[in-house]
Design a protein around this ligand. Structure first.
Ligand SMILES: [Zn+2]
Length: 311
């Protein structure tokens, strides 16, 4: 975990954003010839890892062509402004519904402070500079970005957030999935030793039907590998998709059982989600502790979804 980056092959590098702790949030570099794209940004301090990779590859900040956060939650896009300052030739590729929030991050900052609290916000995110509008590309669904001849294609994938795209890298037969294919930490395994893919239903745009449709859209491309932000590459996603979709249904059902979930009962819902995972997968206390923040965010997002589900 201590390494600055990991070479995943085919010009794809995994970097650790050090989002609170190592192993929580990844970001990626795609390198093709003398050009680089960063997919996700981590947080502002994650720039250090990005610069260390460029040094290790004997490349310069001027060679970064694209900065591509999948959506504007701050563990994915919080470092966008800092990266754009450091990479003078880069363009920021962002979902059309997220673009204005990186050009003027004040609402994003306020909304994130409301979810996390001020102390955690300052500790996790630090400064978030705005990005000049002239350097922002609001990417259409299916838009192809040419990285030195290597196509990177955005796919509109609402469900986790309505400002979410996934990025298809045909060269590696991989897809950068952001939070659309949930989260799966390599050390979190079920009784059979298999990785477990858990939905991420963060407030405030979780939409289970849209998420199901977006996952179907990804799988229709028959990817060999998904590059998860939380955390790292997941091979053979077809072996995991049914269980993942079942967990989305299960989380929704648990929420309906607990409803209505007032703010003072969020922890009870988080506990119920954790218990369901623990029973089904054999998670021990260490696994549940690792997932605690995710489960709390999931509970907040599910409660919000339930309250607003018909309108
Ligand atoms: Zn997210």
């Amino acid at each position: 975990m201590g390494r600055a980056f990991e070479d995943l092959g085919q010009g794809v590098y995994l970097l650790d954003a050090h989002y609170g702790h190592p192993g929580v949030a990844a970001f990626y570099a795609v390198v093709e010839g003398d050009a680089v794209a960063f997919v996700e940004t981590g947080v502002s301090s994650s720039l250090q890892q990005a610069l260390a990779l460029l040094v290790a590859l004997d490349m310069t900040p001027e060679q970064v062509r694209y900065v591509m956060p999948t959506h504007v939650h701050l563990d994915h896009a919080g470092g966008a402004g800092t990266m754009m300052q450091a990479f003078p030739n880069a363009q920021l590729v962002v979902h059309p519904r997220g673009a204005r929030h990186l050009i003027d991050p004040s609402k994003l900052i306020a909304g994130t402070r409301a979810v996390y609290g001020d102390e955690a916000f300052d500790r996790l995110y630090g400064e978030i500079p705005p990005v000049p509008e002239t350097r922002v590309i609001a990417a259409d669904d299916g838009q192809v970005f040419d990285l030195n001849g290597r196509p990177l294609q955005t796919l509109d994938t609402p469900g986790h957030a309505y400002h979410h795209y996934c990025l298809v890298d045909a060269h590696s037969r991989g897809i950068f999935t952001g939070d659309t294919f949930g989260l799966s930490y390599p050390q979190i395994r079920d009784r059979a030793g298999r990785r477990v893919v858990i939905p991420t239903t963060t407030p405030v745009h979780f939409d289970p039907q849209a998420l199901n449709a977006s996952v179907a859209r990804l799988m229709a491309l028959d990817p060999q590998r998904l590059y998860l932000t939380h955390y790292g590459p997941l091979d053979a996603p077809a072996d995991h998709v049914d269980d993942y979709l079942a967990w989305i249904d299960r989380f929704v059902a648990i929420t309906e059982d607990c409803a209505p979930v007032e703010d003072d009962r969020i922890d009870d819902l988080a506990e119920a989600l954790g218990q369901a995972l623990a029973e089904a997968c054999g998670f021990d206390r260490a696994a549940l502790d690792w997932l605690r923040m995710d489960l709390k965010l999931n509970a907040q997002g599910l409660a919000h979804w339930y309250r607003h589900r018909d309108g």
